[in-house]
Design a binder for this molecule. Structure first.
Ligand code: HEM
Length: 182
């Protein structure tokens, strides 16, 4: 097991209550009223499903973009950020067949993922986990935290991204909205 692996367990325990779960593309995830976030080395509670990921190194971000992000990105765990979203995503074989420069061009030059997303910081805190190399069904686990007053901004953000050329390569996506209970 990777030392920094994070596991998200859907079941009856955990600090986050599932407010809604919606399959955007492909199969949904079965059940679970709560989500537990369990770091590597800690025992897994029983659950209906477990998703695993490793915190991501930046693959596509340029230095100027990294600096712009670092200047405004908030940390996870802010007391006011009692809403969260867990959005596992898989991209199609066509995406993975592309070269790195082609993927970067779709993500940013065509879809403006980073530039568009930056506009929602510091309201939204984010963390990206990679799952593909762990042999998981999803390629990425994306995690976001925000205050209730920014829930509609978050809806605008995901709706905007889903209209981009990048999202034409998304072949499985489940959108879980969560409320902190502990
Ligand atoms: C809060 C605003 C957001 C910002 C600033 C942002 C920024 C970024 C950045 C910089 C990367 C590239 C990381 C790298 O260099 O490898 C990235 C990747 C990614 N983001 Fe976002 N993002 C935001 C929102 C979202 C949302 C709402 C979703 C899901 C609905 C999402 C899904 C992804 C995925 C799946 C990747 C990985 C893409 C790939 O490697 O093919 N992002 N994001």
């Amino acid at each position: 097991m990777h030392a920094s692996e994070m596991r998200f367990v859907g079941g009856a325990t955990g600090a986050w209550r599932v407010h809604s779960m919606r399959a955007i593309r492909g199969e949904t995830l079965g059940g679970g009223d709560r989500i537990a976030q369990v770091p590597a080395g800690q025992p897994l509670p029983p659950g209906m499903w477990t998703l695993r990921g490793v915190p991501s190194e930046a693959r596509y971000t340029r230095a100027s973009e990294r600096d712009a992000l670092q200047a405004v990105q908030p940390p996870l765990g802010r007391p006011a950020a009692s809403f969260a979203a867990l959005i596992p995503i898989r991209k199609s074989p066509a995406w993975w067949a592309l070269a790195h420069d082609e993927r970067r061009a779709i993500l940013e030059e065509q879809s403006h993922h980073i530039r568009f997303g930056l506009g929602f910081l510091p309201a939204i805190a984010r963390k990206l986990y990679q799952s593909r190399d762990l042999g998981e069904d999803f390629d990425f686990l994306t995690w976001f935290e925000f205050a209730p007053e920014h829930a509609s901004a978050f809806d605008e953000l995901v709706a905007g991204l889903r209209e981009t050329p990048e999202w034409a390569y998304v072949d499985r996506e489940v959108d879980l909205r969560l409320v902190r209970v502990a």
